[in-house]
Design a protein around this ligand. Structure first.
Ligand SMILES: Nc1ncnc2c1ncn2[C@@H]1O[C@H](COP(=O)(O)OP(=O)(O)OP(=O)(O)O)[C@@H](O)[C@H]1O
Length: 250
């Protein structure tokens, strides 16, 4: 099976300056991949290069002909004085069948919110509505750019568990950028640590233990990762994390 997106030696520049060099990357159907890295390390630039919003200065990007991307933004400002129900929001900018809307809300973990006002939602519910809207177009790749900013750690962990359920139910691949290192890493099959280039990659455990990752983030995430794994195994009773990991020096 060919990857949904594959890059070879992709170098991306911002304002004429290369900010991300020689990226060899691929994401396959059904995989959950997380991009971590310090501020300004090139995470958003990488997403832009992958989706085609930024053309590489060198190297190649290949996208599957049937690639369909659902995008969940980090937040969306809606004027709180504007009356806007969840149902109406879900039909912007395109009208969808009520059944499709109900199904997308259910997949996002929101069964009964159709008549609620967007302004009444909690942060976690709001992000789930954004997720539901991204699911309406039946993507085979879901991209989330810091989708849990503003949620507390339990809220973020719950959101990422929902993402794992979406993957299990719909089979879409997931590519996400996050600062919630421990929770998001634990929900991933593969983690990419970016710092102007890909400095290490592999399973969450491999990246957590990689010297390149520790040099950037320290070793403090180990306990939280173990804790989340424990909860996670209890909730679902199975483990998706069966890919071989590797690191390479950067
Ligand atoms: N439009 C732009 N013009 C010029 N430079 C830019 C532009 N966008 C980003 N950059 C620079 O490119 C580098 C990578 O930025 P990018 O936004 O990809 O980082 P990031 O890892 O997503 O950061 P953060 O975690 O802060 O969101 C930074 O040095 C940034 O200043």
């Amino acid at each position: 099976m060919s990857p949904l997106i594959e890059t070879r030696g992709m170098t991306l520049a911002q304002g004429g300056t290369p900010v991300l060099r020689h990226v060899d990357f691929a994401i396959n159907a059904g995989e959950i991949v997380t991009i971590v890295g310090p501020n300004g390390s090139g995470k958003s630039t990488l997403l832009k290069g992958l989706i085609g919003a930024l053309t590489p200065v060198s190297g190649t990007v290949t996208r599957a002909p049937d690639l369909s991307i659902g995008y969940v933004p980090q937040s969306l400002h809606i004027d709180p004085t504007l009356p806007l129900t969840v149902q109406r929001f879900m039909n912007l900018p395109r009208r969808s069948k009520p059944q499709a809307v109900a199904e997308a809300l259910r997949h996002a973990g929101l069964p009964d919110l159709g008549s609620a006002q967007m302004s009444e939602l909690s942060g976690g519910q709001f992000q789930r509505v954004l997720l539901a809207r991204a699911l309406l177009m039946r993507p085979n790749l879901l991209i989330l750019d810091e989708a849990t900013q503003g949620l507390d750690q339990p809220g973020s962990a719950a959101f990422y568990r929902q993402i794992e359920e979406v993957r299990a139910d719909l089979g879409c691949a997931v590519l996400m950028v996050s600062h919630d290192l421990h929770v998001v890493m634990a929900a991933s099959d593969r983690v990419l640590c970016v710092n102007g280039h890909i400095c290490c990659e592999g399973t969450p455990e491999v990246v957590r233990d990689a010297p390149e990752y520790r040099a950037l983030f320290g070793s403090g995430t180990q306990g939280a990762l173990a804790l989340y794994r424990h909860e996670h195994n209890h909730d679902h009773g199975h483990d998706h994390h069966d890919h071989e990991g590797h690191t390479h020096a950067g």
